[in-house]
Each structure stands twice: as C-alpha cells, then as structure tokens.
Design a protein around this ligand. Structure first.
Ligand code: NI
Length: 179
C-alpha cells in the first residue's frame, strides 16, 4: 500500500465527471483501491474518491465509525469503523428529510462548510470483488456517501455549501471530519 498525493481544485481531473468502471477492469484496480485506503487512513479522512488522487474512474473508499452516544458509560467501546469500497456507486433512494452538517474535504484543506444532505440514502455499487452490493446509510454515513459520489461527478462541497469558512490554524474551531 502506498500514499498517493491528493489533488486540489486547480487540477482539472478533480472537476471532471469520472467514467464508469467496466467489470473486467476491477482486478486491475486492486492496487489503486489499496492505495486509496492507505491514503485515507494516513490523512486521516473518512472517505476518498479516485478523482482526488487524479484517477478519473468511479471508485471511492469510505471508513467511518459512529461515535458513542453522549450518555454512553465511560468504559463503553466505540463500534469499529466500517470500511466500504464502492465501484460505480449510485444513489437509488434518498430520504426527503434533509439535514445540515459541517463538512470538510481533503482536496480543499483549511475550509469547512455547511451542506444540506439527505438524512438517509440507499447506494447500489460493486465491491472490490466486482459483486453487487446495496448499502443503506443514514446520518453521517449517508452524508459521506453523498460527498464521495459528488466527487465522482466533479462536484465539491463548496459548490453546495450555504456557508463556507476558512479554518484558523490552531484555532478554536471545533474538530471537523475531513472527507
Ligand atoms: Ni472530499
């Protein structure tokens, strides 16, 4: 596994709609997938799209663990983060219910924005073995899927945010999850 450089908005690949992956290509994408997982974990981030490492193919990785509720006992162990590899992901159902949340992005470091997203989505995709999968996500997990699928269409959170602000270095801003 190797770290891959993450590109920013000045690189046109980030703004281009990524192309669909043919099933026959999937065996040849395993190194890319491993590198994307490695890069996401090293940053760290909770999601990474292939377009962010300058590969214009519809592949994304997501790894997120729901935090413990505030009233959890002090010795409670948070659930293990769940890793998803999605190829050609597609939202097949989205809740009417929309929720606001603060997002960041590894391709737009130093900025955060308030983005309205569907509270729940169902995503259809292929996994890294080329098998069809269906994922029902809500809350933060649903937000991350929407953010990553936007990346594959060349869309960044700053395009959708109702408000974007620059984070102060070592500032008093709340810790943000970068996706
Ligand atoms: Ni992002």
């Amino acid at each position: 596994m190797a770290y891959r450089e993450i590109i920013g908005p000045s690189n046109p690949i980030l703004r281009k709609k990524a192309r669909l992956v043919r099933p026959a290509e999937i065996p040849g994408l395993q190194t890319l997938i491993d590198d994307m997982i490695d890069t996401m974990r090293q940053e760290p981030g909770v999601g990474l799209a292939a377009t962010q490492v300058a590969v214009s193919k519809r592949v994304a990785v997501i790894e997120y663990g729901e935090p413990l509720p505030e009233d959890a006992p002090p010795d409670a162990v948070p659930p293990k983060p769940k890793l998803y590899v999605v190829i050609n992901p597609e939202i097949t159902m989205a809740s009417e219910d929309m929720v606001d949340g603060i997002e960041g992005c590894l391709s737009v470091p130093g900025y955060a924005g308030n983005v309205s997203r569907h509270e729940a989505v169902t995503v259809k995709a292929l996994n890294r073995k080329g098998q069809a999968i269906k994922i029902k996500a809500h809350g933060w997990m649903a937000r991350i899927f929407q953010h990553e699928i936007d990346h594959l269409d060349g869309v960044l959170f700053i395009d959708k945010a109702t408000k974007v602000w620059q984070l102060k270095e070592n500032g008093s801003e709340p810790a943000l999850v970068e996706v």
